[in-house]
Design a binder for this molecule. Sequence first.
Ligand code: SF4
Length: 216
Amino acid sequence: MAVHENVIQANEIIGRDAVKALERRGFTAEYVPTGAEALRRVLEIIPADATVGIPGTITVRDIGALDALKERGNTVYQHWGKMTNEERRAARFRENTADVFLTSANALTRDGRIINIDGTGNRVAGMAWGNGLVLFVVGINKLAFDLEDGIKRAKSATIPNAIRQNVETACVKTGHCVNCSAAGNDDSMCRAILILEQAVKGRKYHVIIVGEDLGY
Ligand code: SF4
């Protein structure tokens, strides 16, 4: 179904406002209307000889960035698909120490905070202490009104994520969050919450907000 012209315009107004909020907090940020344009910018921003770590993100894969980077000759590290535990651990380490950590976010507040929830901690570690550039690609569907809304929005990604990873979390069974981490549930995928309130000292950040729904 085609997106209505009014929605396209509204997305641009909201997205550009969020860009200003991110910039006030020390992040480099920009708005682009489409995933295709986001891919073009990703390929411009990342040097052709850079190593790139891509953690578990649907957005980055859906815009075609992973394949395009590989085709261009960038070395790409990822833990995706069938791997032994040792291979997965090693891949996560390489992702987080690559020149560029290319990811999405679970939520982004309109006042410029970036929120992520993690089960293993690798994604939030890379975002807080990435080796080089931390580059976010974030669909307009990830924008939240405030912190509370952002955490809810971030947790809403858990059910499809759990289905993708074949993990039977409590929310997959119930259809809603039952705060299973508080009960020490072994299957919880919400063990660490990172709220980037400001660009972390010594890190470089670039956020591309896309005026289309991407990922979940
Ligand atoms: S805390 Fe548990 S129940 Fe809630 S979203 Fe996370 S995994 Fe699901």
